[in-house]
Design a protein around this ligand. Structure first.
Ligand SMILES: [Ca+2]
Length: 181
């Protein structure tokens, strides 16, 4: 009788120990996934029991599943001055460097001239890989004082500009661009 009682107690202890062992293993197995910010309800960088509390409170509720999100990795567009207050003599041919449109969708060009004596040509080139430059757009403007803005889809990842004067002169040329999505 005495032995049997001890056996029961021993079995009980072993059962509790094994149960605890399996339970902790189950918890470890559940915790081996990768961090998912959608599961981190309180946004403290850890998915743990604190994220379950609001779930428990809202359990069984229903509604519109649309979420408000903050997107923080947009590329940053800055105004780029290609030519600023540049005098163009007769038969000038100016080439800009290459610019990158990485991640952007729209290109906005801003042109201004002062004191032009006739036509001026502005050509816009894109780069078709590996190294084939194509003129996508050519703008001719001939009035003495001229302001112009144009928006176009970015045609290629790299682009550049060329301005030339067919025997005309310009007191001052301003040309720049900016990129948006
Ligand atoms: Ca958390």
């Amino acid at each position: 009788m005495f032995k049997k009682k001890h056996m029961v107690v021993a079995l009980g202890i072993v059962s509790v120990f094994l149960g605890g062992f399996f339970f902790s293993n189950a918890l470890l197995a559940q915790g081996s996934g990768e961090y998912d910010p959608w599961l981190d309800y309180n946004e403290d960088g850890i998915v743990d029991v604190n994220d379950l509390h609001p779930l428990g409170q809202a359990y069984g509720s229903s509604g519109d599943p649309t979420k408000n999100v903050n997107v923080t990795n947009w590329p940053v567009s800055t105004d780029t001055a290609v030519w600023y207050d540049v005098y163009l003599g007769a038969w000038t041919n100016l080439m800009s460097g290459w610019y990158e449109a990485d991640g952007f969708g729209q290109l906005h060009l801003l042109v201004r001239t002062l004191g032009a004596t006739g036509d001026i040509y502005l050509d816009f080139y894109g780069l078709i890989p590996p190294d084939f430059a194509v003129c996508f757009k050519s703008i001719v403007f001939g009035t003495a004082n001229y302001s112009f803005a144009i928006t176009m889809p970015v045609p290629s990842e790299k682009f550049m500009f060329r301005v030339h004067t067919p025997g005309t002169t310009v007191d001052s040329l301003y040309f720049g661009f900016y990129l948006t999505w």
